[in-house]
Design a protein around this ligand. Structure first.
Ligand SMILES: *Cc1c(COP(=O)(O)O)cnc(C)c1O
Length: 336
């Protein structure tokens, strides 16, 4: 396995803390819960994309790139962290953002993209992103620049290697604490790099815990159709013999709620509970639904007080400030 010899630049504050959440466990009558704080990776408000970018930006540098181009929605955490990573590496950054309005409000991640000086090209739909990235790349090539395109979410084998490395980091922390958890809970998405990296990383490292994905969009089959091939492509890229089968990719898609980035009662309850027990702030798009899944599994008796689980907090806090008043009203309407 050639993880240690891959080009990598330091962008994140590592290792991220692994913190026990005793008041949360008590409130749920559940297992011991440890939260892996990847919301604290440090780069321009942090989040999971920074681990991927340590490998992606290093790869861009090794290819002589002068400009990094990536895409996402106008609320993308990935785009904000890419804009920041490009700055640290002394490169330009162009973000291709799809937006439903011609002039989206300057708030949340979009505010931070602008502060970081990223150039922004808006497109009207997700389908227009890849052609626009190609167009921007050829514009730079014509001017003698060297563009490097990063896929949506940084979820290719190079970026996914960041979450293989995260498994080794986590296992060292668990070892130091003498902990043997049964499950690692993570968000599972239609970009899928985090779940894929954790799942193949766990196989490579011989972890004894199960990686349990909670889907925040899509169906179980749709998400698995992204995560499984990406996990195996990452093993291939790392020159590891590990191979996962469909059965190894655990996904529960019962917590998507009304849809991507739309609150559910369970996600609002999860945000309230974690904020009021541990003062840890979940984000509405990803980690609130993932925590709703963990809480749901505890309520269903799948995890009991004798168990130990790890929950990956993958970041996303800028979304809290995108529509603050509406979010607060929704949280308060659920009471606690
Ligand atoms: C992007 C993102 C995810 C999903 O990660 P993928 O690797 O794209 O599946 C989860 N949580 C947060 C906060 C994110 O920004």
């Amino acid at each position: 396995m050639r993880l240690a010899s891959l080009p990598r630049i330091r962008l994140a504050h590592l290792p991220t803390p692994l913190e026990e959440a005793p008041f949360l466990s008590a409130a749920l009558g559940g297992p011991r819960i440890f939260i892996k704080r990847d919301d604290c990776t440090g780069l321009a408000l942090g989040g999971n994309k920074t681990r991927k970018l340590e490998y992606l930006i290093a790869d861009a540098q090794s290819k002589g790139a002068s400009v990094v181009i990536t895409c996402g929605s106008d609320r993308s955490n990935h785009c904000r962290q890419t804009a920041a990573a490009a700055r640290v590496a002394g490169m330009k950054c162009v973000l291709v953002l799809n937006s439903t309005t011609a002039e989206p409000a300057i708030q949340g991640n979009l505010l931070l993209d602008r502060m970081l000086g990223a150039q922004i090209r808006f497109v009207g739909s997700e389908a227009e992103r890849d052609p626009m990235m190609e167009q921007v790349a050829s514009e730079y090539r014509e001017q003698g620049g060297e563009p490097y395109i990063i896929a949506n979410g940084g979820s290719d084998p190079i970026g996914t290697a960041g979450y293989v490395a995260a498994i080794f980091e986590l296992m060292e922390q668990l070892d130091d604490l003498g902990l043997e958890p049964s499950h690692l809970y993570t968000t599972s998405s239609l970009s899928g790099g985090t779940h894929a990296g954790l799942a193949i990383g766990a196989a490579i490292a011989g972890a004894t815990f199960h990686v349990q994905g909670i889907a925040i969009e899509g169906s179980e089959d749709e998400v698995r159709a992204v995560v499984l091939p990406l996990a195996n492509a990452t093993a291939h890229y790392l020159e590891s013999d590990a191979v996962l089968t469909p059965h190894d990719i655990r996904i529960d898609a019962n917590y998507v709620g009304p849809g991507y980035a739309m609150n559910s009662d369970a996600s609002l309850d999860a945000m309230n509970t974690v904020a009021r027990t541990q003062a840890i702030l979940l984000d509405p798009v990803y980690t609130a639904k993932t925590m709703a899944g963990l809480i749901g599994h505890i309520k269903a008796g799948q995890l009991g007080p004798a168990d130990i689980v790890v929950f990956l907090h993958s970041g996303g806090s800028p979304a809290l400030f995108s529509e603050g008043a509406a979010l607060l009203a929704a949280l308060e309407a659920r009471g606690i």
